[in-house]
Design a protein around this ligand. Structure first.
Ligand code: HAM
Length: 419
């Protein structure tokens, strides 16, 4: 069906207050946690040369089906970013910052997916990436930051699924073994998984379809194909998580939807939201990506958390509530508006959060607007107040009492009441 042109395109939506402010608080909290762990913010372009994202893997859905790509007026092949890790590595390759390079980011990404609850075509992520060290301690740091962030949001029903998909050589050996196995079991697989098998055998492991579950449960495990180096890296990551008392489940079928990963991969799922969209974050190592883009071999590890889905989990767990109304004072002026103009400006300069009505509306209409605004106090000015050098202050919450105060002491009195 064709979208009506004056509606937000399918898979997108407008975020209005209080959702817009909750989003900002979410990002601010993430900025605080990432910043205090030595990560600096990076703001990336929303589009890149398509080749940057081609690195996510020709066999992945993101590249094959979901890319918003187009030729620009200069004949370049451009794609809106479906994620930000590849852009960060591109930025690293281009700017060669000194290592370790630790950055965090927030912002929208674009994937032409089947839009549904918790799955959007424009969705926000917060995330971070650390380039340089190969040290498993860095994997642990990254996972721990995500975990502490979920805790700070008040989420308690988050599961950490952990896996290692080995080095790229390990993966080649594993895919051979897996393909041999799946080839023999092909007739038992769903039609969709048979198609996936032809393009990207690893992704078959991701299927949750009933027909596939049995076949997958008996498939060879990547964990039996790890080289010694990858195995000891994985062991250290697990030991570190145990030291930090971060619970995890090893899930050998966790392959993730992007091809750049090696060694550690992980995903966070929420028990409190719909199982089909329960992944609220994910990440892993991508030690080969910088070299693929032409830089010397530079290990990297990071994660991205889906803001929209994580907030759905917060709703389900009744955590990280919507913000309170932000206004403190509403100025009501029945003299035509000139007094409101001056008082509003004065109060704002003093740091109060203030709004007013326009269009010289009736006292009743202005009081209604004041109530609706969420402000705590109305400052009312009429002809009597002006001639007596006072303003009337009305409590908009609680008992709703009112009193007159001298205009001269208005700031001090309001400060006493509100602070
Ligand atoms: P990803 O698993 O594709 O990984 O996305 C991370 C999170 O973004 C998902 O767990 C989910 O919460 C959210 N997300 C993804 N697609 C959608 C969508 N269509 N609608 C709503 N939320 C969505 C990455 O993007 C990697 N860059 C993560 C990473 C960072 N790996 C290493 N560093």
């Amino acid at each position: 069906m064709k979208d009506s042109v004056y509606r937000a395109p399918k898979g997108t939506r407008d975020l209005v207050w209080p959702d817009s402010e909750r989003r900002r608080s979410f990002i601010n909290l993430f900025a605080e946690i990432a910043g205090s762990s030595g990560y600096a913010e990076i703001v990336l372009p929303m589009f890149e040369h398509r080749e940057v994202f081609q690195r996510l893997g020709d066999g992945t859905d993101v590249v094959r089906k979901e890319m918003y790509d187009f030729e620009d007026k200069g004949g370049r092949n451009i794609a809106l970013r479906p994620e930000q890790t590849a852009s960060i590595v591109r930025s690293y390759v281009e700017n060669r910052p000194s290592l370790p390079w630790k950055v965090w980011y927030a912002g929208p990404n674009f994937r032409y997916e089947r839009a549904q609850k918790g799955r959007f075509r424009q969705f926000d992520q917060v995330g971070l990436e650390a380039l340089g060290p190969e040290d498993p301690h860095l994997d642990i740091e990254v996972i721990a930051i995500a975990w502490r962030f979920y805790e700070a949001l008040g989420l308690r029903k988050v599961n950490l699924q952990l896996n290692s998909i080995g080095t790229s050589q390990d993966r080649v050996r594993y895919i051979e073994a897996l393909s041999r196995y799946l080839e023999n079991q092909k007739e038992f697989l769903s039609k969709e998984s048979q198609d996936t098998f032809a393009v990207n055998p690893l992704r078959v492991l991701d299927s949750k379809r009933d027909e596939d579950v049995q076949v997958i449960s008996e498939a060879p495990s990547i964990l039996d194909h790890l080289s010694d180096g990858a195995q000891s890296h994985f062991n250290e990551v697990q030991e570190g998580l145990e030291k930090l008392a971060i619970p995890y489940i090893v899930k050998p079928t966790l392959v993730r939807g992007l091809d750049y990963y090696v060694k550690t991969t992980f995903e966070f799922t929420s028990e409190s939201i719909d199982a089909a969209q329960d992944a609220i974050g994910g990440g892993g190592r991508y030690d080969g990506l910088a070299a693929e883009m032409g830089a010397p071999e530079t290990p990297g590890v990071g994660f991205a958390l889906g803001l929209d889905r994580t907030l759905m989990a917060c709703d389900a767990e009744k955590s990280f509530p919507e913000p309170e109304h932000m206004l403190e004072i509403f100025v009501v002026d029945t003299t035509g508006g000139a007094n409101a103009l001056v008082i509003t400006d004065e109060l704002r300069q003093e740091g109060f959060k203030v709004d007013r009505s326009f269009d010289d509306r009736s006292m009743k209409a202005q009081m209604k607007a004041a109530d609706k605004s969420g402000a705590k106090i109305a400052v009312i000015v009429g002809d009597d107040e002006v001639s007596n050098g006072v303003v009337t202050i009305r409590d908009l919450r609680g008992k709703g009492g009112q009193e007159e105060i001298a205009s001269e002491s208005m700031i001090a009195d309001l400060r006493k009441k509100l602070r």
